[in-house]
Design a protein. Structure first.
Length: 149
């Protein structure tokens, strides 16, 4: 049995869920449901990626077309053997890239590439990683620039 590593306090605080990405076969129906039934207005349409982002309070619900650029990367369309949730994103503060990478590495986590991505509070730095079950988790820092909310 492997002994769990000693607790190392992270250099950041999780503020909450930034966004969730749902892969969809019928994007218009999904957008209509979240917009018309749940009252989440469309905030951003990134047609080149096959991505529509809807505002849900302080967070976002992203609908990704399984036939679009991002959707094809996720494999088969949602069904019994495929998943429709691509990843979830946690908003963290502060964004200290060196400390974050050191913290993840100390816990045996292989971090993905840091990049500037759009989330609930605008464009900002983020990084992807996998949890022990292989689920994708994005950690996102504060929004920056004129797009920041």
């Amino acid at each position: 049995m492997t002994k769990a590593p000693a607790f190392i306090s992270p250099s950041f605080t999780v503020l909450g869920l930034d966004h969730i990405v749902i892969r969809a076969r019928d994007v218009p129906a999904m957008v209509a449901f979240y917009r018309d039934v749940l009252g989440c207005p469309v905030e951003k349409d990134q047609a080149e990626l096959g991505l529509i982002q809807l505002r849900s309070g302080s967070g976002l619900i992203d609908i990704v077309d399984v036939a679009g650029k991002l959707g094809r990367e996720g494999g088969a369309a949602p069904g019994a053997d495929a998943h429709n949730v691509d990843h979830f994103c946690l908003s963290i503060r502060p964004w200290d890239e060196a400390a974050l990478l050191a913290h993840l590495t100390a816990h045996g986590v292989t971090p993905g590439e840091v990049g500037r991505r759009y989330g609930a509070d605008g464009y900002g730095q983020s990084i992807y990683l996998k949890d022990p079950e292989g689920n994708s988790v994005e950690l996102k820092g504060p929004g920056e620039g004129p797009e920041a909310i």
